[in-house]
Design a protein around this ligand. Sequence first.
Ligand code: P71
Length: 439
Amino acid sequence: MTSRDHREKAIKKAGFNTFLLQSKDVYIDLLTDSGTSAMSDRQWAGLMMGDEAYAGSRNFYHLEEAVQHFYGYKHLVPTHQGRGAEHIISQIMIKEGDIIPGNMYFTTTKLHQELAGGKFVDVIVEEAHDPDSLYPFKGDVDLDKLQAVIDEYGADRIPYIAIATTVNMAGGQPISMKNMQELRALTDKYGIKIIHDMTRVAENAFMIQQKEAGYQDKSVAEITRALCDLTDGATMSAKKDAMVNIGGFLALNDDKLFDEARNMVVIFEGLHTYGGMAGRDMEALAIGIAESVQDDHMKARVGQVHYLGNKLLEFGVPIVKPVGTHGIFLDAKAFLPHVAQDYFPAQVLAAELYIDSGVRAMERGIVSAGRNKETGEHHYPKLELVRLTIPRRVYTQAHMDVVAESVGTVYENREKINGLKMVYEPKYLRFFQARFEKL
Ligand code: P71
């Protein structure tokens, strides 16, 4: 625990950016669920079985087996984390002038598409941009929007469509199996590939089990596999679903693409049988994949997120509805209607929450959205959010109570909160390192 005075100094020193705080100054860390989950006893035991051979580590083959069994992809290229896989897939599949439709942008994914010469086009359903819409599958693709993109640019300029299961920036919202099936049918008609951002696929599978007609008797493992089977390849940040502190991969069904990816990984990550991970990390990951698709685990994990969400709803705090799977997203526009988007309402709200209680959250609004590459103007996303992200198997329900009470306190005092000005802005992924001052 720290004092309010200590936290006021710490956040000022951090340029009102929670990414720049030291973790020792944080009481409950809800910055992210990425690499922050607790590994199980079995995963820790796996670390002891690390085979640190440079080439052909036995842990690689175990991981390959897990990817083939649980996700059904044929080929595995390990990477140090998700963006390593995004880099490789973007470089091998995207040419200058290509268009990559997707169900809402993700920061690193979109940047790698742009660096490869491509342009991201959002084709998610309109409901995803509305925090109050109760549409149950806000991760769905609007097939008419996608058809319009194909008609406008032609299928030749679309190397693949980027589909995330559990759409992070929309509030951790699932895509339905029905939509995935329809998407497969449409893309097959044009020979367009589906590349799956499977970072939180098991959480999406759980939501299908809970909400989509016909899946109540299917296991999370079965639904996860069925989702993957509708796609051609995947990028994975294993730091989420699979509960490791570091790791990721690219998975591909196409032999030729795999050959190219396997060649490229040796330039940027490491040999194709470790790609930036230690042998022990691959072992922990192989075990974590199996744990991630267990029904009871998912029920507890998502149940805890919903526990926090329900508390905040009781307090009348504006959040993205329906509650998703990996965190609660405060609607900063509704929370601070008197702070214009140009003055970074989500950024200042995350800072105020930290000052109140030492709870660390993450901005997911205008700062994260960055600037238009061509005009240099800010993107103004409809969603201006603060994410309270819940690591897996780390916190108790009592921690969630502390968080809810603090958000409630900040909400009661919301009229006293003013905006920020940005005083330092890095070129890429500015939200990580940007600095702000009070207006
Ligand atoms: C999260 C993260 C980590 C992060 C990344 C960028 C900005 C802020 C925080 C990472 C993801 C993700 C999805 C859907 C790809 C990555 C990149 N998420 N796709 O949510 O959520 O993976 O971090 O392992 O490189 O805090 P990587």
